[in-house]
Design a protein around this ligand. Structure first.
Ligand code: MN
Length: 346
């Protein structure tokens, strides 16, 4: 549970979105409304799911409450003398908005505030992300011996996902991408039935969830003997990844962060082949603020986990991406997913 002691008396945050409810209450529940005030967090649920919710809140600081109708929320807000209500405008309907507005309480858009709160992680949240990173990495090494000529992308994906589950993950944090040969040149390739042949590159982009928290890694490696062009390109991507990791500091804007890798590629005349943004924050959702891109808003601060994932893609030839989940600490940006910048040949 995340305390919001910066909220003033008379202010409240009301969230309905599933990720936001889980974030602010620490409880995963199928439905409901969470209201956070300076001193208290309450979780309203329908009578049908209230008993389950009551069980879930037993060892937490969250107070479960029954929502009989909209009046229940109205009464609660009145009892808290709420005068200003932050609501995530991105997750309510116009009808709901109008209903809250009618209560006479000043309703304001809380989406920016909520996004800002969610991007900085508590030590507990970071622990979960770190465990998710460790499991994803271990699962990768468990899967490697299985990758041989004739194996399909799908088979490798299933093996990797099962390994993560065996190691205690709840599941994938997004649908795992396994790409062989020229499929690696498609950044969001859909894992299919392509079989691996000798002397082909392999790209795997995967991650898992632990207590709801995500990890995200990409490794590009080679089955057989890579040619010089592949090796040189790999080294460029590896260096871009390192440059970005070393240069990002407290307060670096998202735009600037992206430009570190992009300008490095530019100095070799290959920036046009870096066709996506440098990275993204992650937490309960695989893509969260901050977004490290040429148009990204905001900046990087401590305890914000995000990805660094430069890549170069040559259509019908090959693509290379090296992605780590990282976090900014007192000692600079550290990777939670190891290095990945030395070409692995299997
Ligand atoms: Mn990613």
């Amino acid at each position: 549970m995340n305390h919001l002691d910066f909220l003033l008396e008379g202010e409240a945050i009301l969230v309905t979105d599933a990720f936001n409810r889980r974030y602010f209450s620490g409880i995963e529940h199928e439905e409901g409304v969470v209201i956070i005030t300076r001193s208290k967090t309450v979780y309203f649920a329908d009578l049908r799911s209230y008993d389950i919710l009551e069980q879930k809140t037993k060892n937490s600081l969250v107070t479960p409450m029954v929502m009989k109708s909209f009046e229940s929320i109205k009464e609660y807000l009145a009892s808290k003398n709420a005068r200003k209500l932050y609501i995530d405008y991105q997750s309510i309907s116009v009808a709901e908005y109008k209903r809250y507005k009618k209560t006479g309480i000043k309703v304001v858009d809380g989406s920016k505030l909520i996004g800002k709160i969610r991007q900085v992680k508590s030590s507990l949240e970071l622990e979960n992300i770190k465990t998710a990173c460790d499991i994803a990495q271990k699962a990768f090494y468990m899967t490697l011996p299985y990758i041989k000529a004739g194996v399909t992308e799908r088979a490798v994906k299933n093996r990797l996902v099962n390994a993560m589950k065996k190691l205690g993950a709840e599941g994938e944090s997004f649908s795992t991408i396994v790409a062989f040969g020229k499929n690696t040149a498609v950044p969001h390739h859909e894992t299919g039935d392509t079989k691996l042949k000798r002397n082909q590159p392999i790209l795997i982009d995967w991650g898992c969830k632990v207590n709801g928290y995500c990890s995200d890694i990409t490794r590009t490696f080679f089955y057989g003997k890579p040619n010089a062009e592949f090796e040189n390109t790999f080294n460029l991507v590896a260096k871009a990844n390192l440059v970005a990791q070393n240069k990002i500091k407290e307060g670096t804007s998202c735009k600037k962060a992206d430009s570190y890798a992009r300008n490095y590629f530019k100095s070799f005349g290959v920036d046009e082949y870096f066709t996506h943004s440098l990275g993204h924050g992650l937490g309960l959702e695989i893509h969260e603020k901050p977004f490290l891109s040429p148009k990204g808003k905001g900046s990087i601060s401590k305890s914000v986990p995000f990805t660094i994932e430069p890549g170069l893609y040559y259509k019908d030839k090959f693509g290379i991406r090296i992605e780590n989940t990282v976090v900014l600490t007192e000692n600079g940006v550290i990777s939670l997913t190891g290095d990945g910048r030395k070409l692995l040949i299997i």
